[in-house]
Design a protein around this ligand. Structure first.
Ligand SMILES: Cc1ncc(COP(=O)(O)O)c(C=O)c1O
Length: 420
């Protein structure tokens, strides 16, 4: 039904726009028959973990897609980030530092802190949300050992400038490429930049292996260390040669990863059509700006991001979020808590950057991920955009009426989306 007045909106008693949820991060599972075939093979082989044939095939295919010599698959991306930071530690002292952007998922900073190093937060570009190389340079001090950039929503960081900065200061350069499988910087696939990059195959990512991740790199020695590190430090000869953990990807996860990977080209094509549909359907809505991906690079379009400027839209992002959710449009506020607003990172960051991180702050107040993926059609996008348009048309009234309702939407994060 057309949403004309606030009484048509589900939050205020109208019928919801959808009976079945439209979600962010619905798992891209691929062909279920293929998945069960692979699972049966694993069960018949009685080889369920410890670098089985499905695991090896998955690694080969990810390495090929990323254009790198090595893919070291893992149980998740967070372990991958931890292994990269751990790789610094033999030369690093507790309290040494790694530069991270203020706008990212907590795993980026936590991986640094988990290993006893200090994340040094820096601000981001106000439009793309990507780590700002000028801010990186400004934050380099005597204890900084590495830069950890994040390819937010599959957009590539300014890899060339970051490579120069890292080289001139003798720093390691890593990329958290959790959302960026299948994306490029210009025509070069993400995966081969810096010393190493880390993909996530979490259930909500563009390729899903239930849980999973990978370190990808062209550095033979780093890959060798990472392979041992994910398997208790055990080397090819079966003896423990270094410190390690259990970070292996099992065969069931590899079976899902391969099946999801089979569908990647179709998934990205669908996402891209959705992105184009959103750009035109949202056009001209005051205060609602779609994040446009730089056409010089290829994006997997797994995330359809908009910003909601309260002054121009007449309502806050969180009001729009509540309103959409009542319509069964499960948008997500990614990211609504900047790193320096988490736990003790604020105390650490405020001490060295009194001016704060204004661009990350603004984006955290304004960002909204809208549903996309193969489960969302262009017809759905018309309906979703119509709800956004109706909300903004009645922004002040929506704000006032919502204030009278009990309970507002809480914060959510990518990992939460899979369960919704
Ligand atoms: C930027 C970023 N880094 C790291 C992670 C963690 O990935 P995983 O869940 O595979 O550990 C995520 C997950 O959403 C992420 O978005």
């Amino acid at each position: 039904m057309t949403k004309r007045g606030t009484e048509d909106l589900a939050l205020f008693g109208g019928p919801p726009a959808f009976l079945r949820n439209r979600r962010v991060g619905r798992p891209n599972q691929g062909d279920r028959e293929r998945f069960w075939e692979r699972m049966n093979r694993a069960l018949d082989n009685e080889w369920l973990s410890n670098m089985g044939p499905l695991h090896d095939e998955f690694e080969e295919r990810v390495a090929q897609l990323a254009g790198v010599r090595h893919c070291v698959s893992l149980c998740n991306a967070t372990v991958g980030l931890q292994l990269l930071v751990a790789d610094l530690v033999p030369g690093a002292e507790p309290g040494d530092e790694v530069i991270v952007p203020a706008l990212t998922f907590p795993a980026t900073a936590h991986a640094v802190r988990w290993l006893g190093l200090r994340p040094v937060v820096c601000d981001v570009d106000p439009v793309t949300g990507l780590i700002d190389p000028d801010q990186v340079e400004a934050r380099i001090g005597p204890r900084v050992r590495a830069i950890l950039g994040v390819h937010l929503w599959g957009q590539p960081c300014d890899v060339r400038r970051l490579e120069k900065i890292a080289e001139s200061h003798g720093l390691r350069l890593y990329f958290d490429a959790a959302p960026a499988l299948g994306c490029t910087h210009e025509s070069t696939p993400i995966g081969g930049f810096g010393d190493a990059e880390v993909f996530s195959f979490h259930a909500t990512k563009v390729v899903n292996s239930f849980e999973g991740g990978a370190i990808v790199t062209d550095d033979d020695a780093l890959a060798e260390r990472a392979r041992k590190a994910r398997n208790f430090g055990i080397g090819a000869g079966g003896r423990v040669e270094q410190l390690g953990t259990n970070g292996k990807l099992n065969e069931a996860c590899a079976a899902m990863g391969l099946t999801s990977l089979d569908a990647l080209a179709d998934t990205v094509a669908h996402n891209r059509a959705n992105y184009e549909a959103y750009l035109s359907a949202l056009d001209g809505i005051p205060g609602v700006r779609a994040v446009r991906y730089d056409p010089r690079h290829r994006n997997n379009h797994h995330y359809m991001m908009v910003t909601v400027d309260e002054r121009a839209a007449g309502l806050h992002r969180d009001a729009l979020l509540d309103l959409l959710r009542a319509e069964n449009i499960l948008a997500q506020p990614y990211f609504s808590q900047a790193i320096h607003r988490m736990w003790q990172y604020g105390e650490e960051s405020a001490a060295s950057v009194p001016g704060g991180f204004p661009h990350a702050e603004t984006l955290c107040e304004q960002l909204l991920a809208l549903p996309t993926g193969p489960g969302v059609s262009t017809a759905d996008i018309e309906v979703i955009s119509e709800v956004v348009r109706a909300a903004v048309a009645h922004g002040p009234e929506v704000t006032a009426r919502r204030a009278g309702l009990a309970g507002t939407t809480g914060d959510a994060h990518p990992a939460g989306a899979a369960g919704e």
